[in-house]
Design a protein around this ligand. Structure first.
Ligand code: NDP
Ligand code: BG6
Length: 513
């Protein structure tokens, strides 16, 4: 698995051949890749997909022959699409050398086709246009479904019946949400599988494309010092924390149907948990890794109702500025009980993790923006330095923090002697701050995932049995909350969230990091 974008996966990958780009042969004149962004007029396409595709182009990660198509109902000409794409170039490349020139070349490879999502006829027209651009080469086709979930199946049906590649591969990237509970997710999978094989479906969870999430396995499996500690024997608890310092601005309509547990916990945080807790895979192959992840998910203890707390943000005025509450959003019903914050204690009933709480916390409109994995280790048994002191500092346990964003870092809190003639300890960090250590910018998660999809690398995409296991864990607790119309604890916009989260942690003898 050798990718220049990925900085090479150390010695497990052979060095790149000179003319090789990604996993492609740059001199391959016989085949071509057509990438169709379905829903190209939308928010995600503008914000993430086109900028990521441009970054891949800039980095020479796309094959020699490729074409990008935007597809949506809105009427647009190629020139209008190009204009839209050029205006939304907010990616990390936009300040680079020759960016303008490369951008112009990239835009010349972008085209637009207007059509309905449920029209086989419109997709057949798209097929014709694609063929024209493929110019008789072996065609490989990637469809990125960047549309609301209620039209996923229509679009897949039409694309598969009218616009699949005739000689090469056809793959479809599906955006979340993949259903809203076990039943609807299974129904979606069943419908998709009427038209696609599992191998063709790339279910995206963009957190798996984040640099520090990718690094989790490297940290653990390629350093001698971590893996032996990675169990109930040394780890007291693990915390998975997601917080945003803004509300559902602009996405209230979508969000109200899902809530924070479906939006963040059931996918992003649970995926990180599975990667964190899995056994050593047989190899780095996608199926070996996904096999281990699914075992973790299937070993999880059902979540107890009293191990979950929910919250919703309310309006708040600070420094003369007033911040809206969740239900002030016009697209949200006034009496909505949808949680914008949740915390939960989860357990993995296997030999490695028996009894270790995995605490999750996710919230919008909080006081900070961050995504972190925090690993709190046990106390040092019979610690010499705890005796006769009774101060808090001497009690401090080690904590490993993997800061996924912002300001990517890995740091380990250790007890250290304060320099001087006395014997006083304090807690200090062994700190790997990415921006201080690496000069290269970190690619956006969508770049990595798009490149993987083009290359057919499935490691970072969700397999259907993983999805089933994730829903099996969360569906009962979501049903309980919704059927009993549990009222969330209200917290002010910009605060630290509901105090209930602290009681939940305290019940498990834990302090949030
Ligand atoms: P949008 O609401 O912007 O929809 C994308 C496009 O789909 C629109 O431009 C519109 O194109 C078409 N569309 C919208 N609503 C309908 C409808 N009711 N019926 C038919 N077509 C419709 O979505 P986003 O771009 O925000 O998101 C796309 C997908 O990605 C969704 O599944 C979303 O859940 C997911 N996602 C989005 C994120 C984000 O940050 N935006 C983050 C993570 C996931 P037209 O009218 O031209 O056909
Ligand atoms: C999306 C959620 O999956 O992730 C959004 O639907 C959330 O609600 C977003 O804002 C966060 O992603 P990132 O990469 O900005 O942390």
């Amino acid at each position: 698995h050798s990718k220049n974008l990925k900085g090479g996966l150390m010695s497990v990958t052979p060095p790149m051949e000179k003319n090789q780009i990604g996993n492609f042969d740059a001199n391959d004149d016989k085949s071509t890749v057509s990438i169709t962004v379905v829903g190209a007029s939308g928010d995600l396409a503008k914000k993430k997909i086109f900028p990521a595709l441009f970054a891949l182009y800039y980095e020479d990660c796309l094959p020699e022959h490729f074409t990008i198509f935007g597809y949506a109902r809105s009427k647009m000409t190629d020139a209008e699409l190009r204009n839209m794409v050029s205006r939304t170039l907010t990616c990390r490349i936009d300040k680079r050398e020759n960016c303008g020139e490369k951008m112009e070349q990239f835009l010349q490879r972008c085209f637009y086709h207007s059509g309905q999502y449920d029209s086989q006829e419109n997709f057949a027209e798209l097929d014709k246009t694609l063929k024209k651009h493929e110019a008789g080469r072996i065609s490989n086709r990637l469809f990125y479904l960047s549309i609301p979930p209620n039209i996923f199946v229509d679009a897949v049906k039409c694309a598969s019946l009218s616009a699949t590649a005739s000689a090469g591969w056809t793959r479809v990237i599906v955006e979340k949400p993949f259903g809203r509970d076990s039943e609807s997710s299974a129904a979606l999978t069943k419908s998709l599988k009427q038209y696609l094989t599992e191998d063709q479906i790339f279910r995206i969870d963009h957190y798996l494309g984040k640099e520090l999430v990718e690094n989790l396995s490297v940290l653990r499996f390629s350093n001698l010092i971590f893996e032996p500690l990675w169990s109930r024997q040394y780890i007291r608890n693990v915390q998975l924390i997601f917080s945003e310092d803004f509300g559902t601005e602009g996405r209230g309509g979508y969000f109200d149907h899902y809530g924070i547990m479906r939006d963040i916990m059931q996918n992003h945080l649970l995926q990180i948990l599975a990667l964190f807790a899995m056994e050593t895979p047989v190899s780095l192959d996608a199926e070996d890794i996904r096999n281990e992840k699914v075992k973790v998910l299937r070993s999880m203890r059902p979540i107890r109702a009293d191990d979950v707390i929910i919250g919703q943000y309310k309006s708040h005025t600070k420094g003369g500025v007033s911040y809206p509450g969740y239900t002030d959003d016009k697209t949200v019903p006034k009496d909505s009980l949808t949680p914008t914050f949740a915390a939960a204690a989860l357990f993995i009933d296997n030999a490695r993790w028996d009894g270790v709480p995995f605490l999750m916390k996710a919230g919008k409109a909080l006081h900070d923006k961050r995504a972190e994995i925090r690993v709190q280790f046990r106390n040092v048994p019979g610690n010499l330095y705890n005796r006769n002191s009774g101060t808090d500092l001497d009690q401090a346990t080690n904590e490993l923090v993997i800061r996924v964003q912002p300001d990517e870092a890995i740091y380990l809190k250790i007890n250290n002697k304060v320099p001087g003639l006395g014997m006083r300890l304090d807690q200090s960090n062994l700190n790997l701050l990415y921006k201080a250590r690496y000069s290269k910018e970190i690619p956006d998660a969508y770049e990595r995932l798009l490149l993987d999809a083009v290359e057919g690398e499935r490691r970072l995409f969700i397999r259907s049995d993983e999805l089933d296991a994730a829903w099996a864990l969360f569906t009962p607790v979501l049903k309980d909350l919704e059927e009993n119309r549990k009222v969330p604890e209200y917290y002010p916009y910009g605060s630290r969230g509901p105090v209930g989260a602290h009681y939940l942690a305290a019940r498990h003898n834990i302090k949030w990091g």
